[in-house]
Design a protein around this ligand. Structure first.
Ligand code: NAD
Length: 362
């Protein structure tokens, strides 16, 4: 079966890091028989410049037909003064909404060689491997009514609505239980059920789902305690599932435990396992064109795509092993290199991952 993958290089370092991920696809094809058809389209600032819209109709059409999408990153100062609808981020938000990508998967994995880069002590974080599953299309970021209004006493007030339907909770819950089944079998649901009714329902639905996943253990934490535990003893977690707002905050907190933003992949999935895969970081205009960008978050996003959308878990593991290998061999891009270490370029890092993959093929 040939997988259709849409590549959206995006802006600034986006094309540089995506080029290295494409090398990995080619290597998986030639060495391991992966059959993949790569198509390319514009999203973000480059799409504004080339086609007058951050999410052109041609990109939309290709995205709707793809099995999975790989995005570099979008945005940059040159588009910041455009009207809101024309800004690069609107392209990204638009594609997420259009494809119904409700499940955001953010792993926080600490490669042992990078333990010193973490904000926590090595003994607290070494071996860290957490997956945070965040609901992405509901909750307080989208709830109605919302706005800023004037109270009868003349004072202005801002208001938002935190609402979750049982159906929305169930589908993100199932995505998280399934992820936990594929991993360590432990799921922690994070809410604020002692204060919020939306969380009360969240907890009830999550608890009800457990019967369908007998191999997964489920427990619950209030979000304040979850934040504390993440920085106190993060290795206790396997998979965490939570709503949009709590997930936004907790996933960034977990990201910092791993040290470098250049190492973190992510996935946003629909209910048929189609997804958009992208590094967590942005387009890094400050280092664009200097061959200094770390391509590993993008390459690890390819591994996530192989596992979650293309049904190629074995190849996903091979890519992750190859990344571990190049780090163990001492290769570091500038963001990872210590003051006395030589930094390799973006393409040297990509080539090293490809060599490590080839050596697995024997
Ligand atoms: P950023 O993530 O682009 O950069 C933050 C810092 O991290 C910079 O110093 C940068 O050089 C460094 N960095 C980021 N990725 C790196 C990599 N792969 N290798 C080495 N160093 C790396 O965040 P920012 O500077 O706040 O945003 C820049 C632009 O990116 C903005 O226009 C913003 O809107 C956009 N952005 C896009 C996305 C996305 O496409 N998903 C996400 C976040 C920000």
């Amino acid at each position: 079966m040939t997988h259709r993958v849409l590549i959206l290089p995006g802006d600034h370092i986006g094309p540089e890091i995506v080029a290295e991920a494409v090398k990995v696809f080619h290597c998986l094809g030639s060495e391991f028989g992966l059959s993949v058809e790569l198509e390319y389209a514009n999203l973000g600032g480059c799409a504004v410049d080339a086609e007058g819209s951050p999410l052109p109709a041609s990109t939309r059409d290709l995205a709707a037909q793809a099995d999975a999408i790989l995005l570099g990153a979008v945005g940059g100062p040159e588009w910041d003064s455009l009207p809101r609808e024309q800004r690069p981020e609107r392209g990204l938000l638009g594609i997420r909404a259009e494809l119904g990508l409700f499940a955001n998967l953010r792993p926080a994995i600490l490669f042992p060689e990078l333990a010193a880069a973490s904000s926590l002590r090595t003994e607290v974080v070494s071996g860290l491997d957490i997956l945070i599953v965040r609901e992405l299309t509901g909750g307080i970021y989208f709830g109605q009514p919302r706005g800023i209004r004037e109270r009868p006493d003349g004072v202005r007030e801002g208001f938002n609505t935190l609402v979750y339907g049982a159906d929305e909770i169930e589908r993100i819950g199932r995505a998280a239980f399934e992820a936990a089944e594929r991993r360590g079998g432990a799921l922690c649901s994070v809410d604020k059920a002692n204060v919020l009714e939306s969380s009360e329902l969240w907890r009830e639905v999550m608890t009800g789902l457990q019967a369908d996943y007998p191999s997964v253990s489920l427990d619950h934490l209030y979000v304040d305690n979850a934040a504390m535990q993440l920085v106190r003893a993060p290795r206790q977690f396997d998979v965490m599932v939570t709503g949009n707002l709590f997930g936004d905050i907790l996933s960034d907190c977990a990201a910092m435990l791993t040290g470098s933003i250049g190492m973190l992949p992510s996935a946003s999935l629909d209910d048929r396992h189609r997804g958009l895969y992208e590094p967590v970081h942005g387009s890094a205009p400050d280092i664009a064109g200097q061959a200094r960008a770390n391509p590993l978050a993008t390459i690890l996003s390819v591994a996530m795509m192989l596992r979650h959308s293309l049904g190629e878990s074995d190849l996903a593991g091979r890519v992750e092993t190859a990344v571990g290998q190049v780090l163990a061999d001492g290769l570091r891009t500038a963001d990872l290199a210590g003051p006395t270490e030589r930094a390799v370029s973006t393409s040297e890092m990509g080539d090293a991952v490809v060599s490590a993959l080839k050596s697995q093929a024997g």
